[in-house]
Design a protein around this ligand. Structure first.
Ligand code: UGA
Ligand code: MN
Length: 263
């Protein structure tokens, strides 16, 4: 079985550092296929070259998030501009990017005889132990596990009673149907062929993307607790700090030009 990792990514100063760190973890994972979707109108040289230089099996896609100040919240595929509180409510990252990746995956699975695999939605700045990928290989339908340092907690995790999920410990929006982070579950790939309608949505409030995709595939009762009955942390929702760079125009002496060097 193949693990399909789906990673949206966008241009910023730390992008190459984050993608380098992630790609070098992924090189250690057997039977892994990385689907990288740039939040951009075109594919960038930076990401293209980074992917080309890895030994990974990968698919490179791009799709820019549409932003608008005026569109109604009912528009599909439009992220309402991030200035008001209302807009932040709907403006999750990665929605359109993950959806085109899922469509690519469906086409890919249609064309190959061995459709077995797991789908994992991976932020480009999280930290992944190799152990989390081993857990995914045990999945029948949907597997779940704890995530470290997320939702204002040390650990956000499903609660397990007699081998079944009996609840969740989340304190951030605990009323979510599945109050877990994107990094805390993976889904059997063939289920995406059985449910061609399954996708992420702009019509739900922030924090509900996980519940949005999971609702097509599972119920709390059916979820499969992994990572030793959800007692181990094998993935961390780390976030790369936005660096503050000095403004070259404000320096006393003109700095040595470095614009020709990729960072
Ligand atoms: C949390 C969740 O862990 C994400 O899976 C979820 O997409 C996100 O919230 C959300 O709902 O907005 P967080 O660390 O806050 O994650 O988000 P980021 O890591 O900034 O973004 C998630 C992914 O989308 C990253 O791989 C990032 O590179 C990408 N992204 C972010 C874009 O493609 N475009 C953007 O404008 C921002
Ligand atoms: Mn992140």
């Amino acid at each position: 079985p193949t693990i399909y990792g789906i990673t949206p990514t966008y241009a910023r100063l730390t992008q190459k550092a984050d993608l380098t760190r992630l790609s070098q973890t992924l090189m250690l994972v057997k039977n892994f296929h990385w689907i990288v979707i740039e939040d951009s109108d075109t594919k960038t040289k930076l990401v293209e070259n980074l992917l080309k230089e890895t030994p990974l099996k990968y698919t490179h896609l791009n799709m820019k998030t549409q932003k608008s100040k005026h569109s109604s919240v009912l528009d599909v595929n439009i992220c309402i501009y991030k200035t008001s509180a209302i807009s932040r409510w709907y403006c999750a990252s990665g929605v359109e990017q993950r959806n085109i990746a899922l469509n690519w995956l469906r086409g890919h699975l249609d064309g190959i005889p061995d459709k077995r695999g797991a789908v994992y939605f991976m932020d480009d700045d999280n930290t992944y132990s190799l152990k989390v990928f081993e857990e995914m290989r045990k999945i029948h339908k949907v597997g779940v596990w704890p995530v470290g340092i997320v939702g204002g907690m040390r650990i956000e995790m499903p609660l397990v009673t007699n081998g079944k999920i009996s609840g969740f410990n989340a304190v951030w929006k605990p009323f979510r149907p599945f109050p877990i982070d994107m990094a805390g579950f993976a889904i059997n790939a063939t289920l995406f062929l059985i449910h061609p309608e399954a996708k992420f949505s702009r019509k739900v409030q922030s924090g509900f993307q996980e519940s949005e995709i999971l609702k097509y595939f599972t119920t709390k009762n059916e979820m499969e607790p992994l990572a030793e009955n959800c007692t181990k942390v094998y993935v961390w929702h780390t976030r790369t700090q936005k660096p503050s760079i000095l403004n070259p125009k404000k320096l006393k002496h003109p700095p040595i030009p470095d614009g020709h060097i990729e960072v």
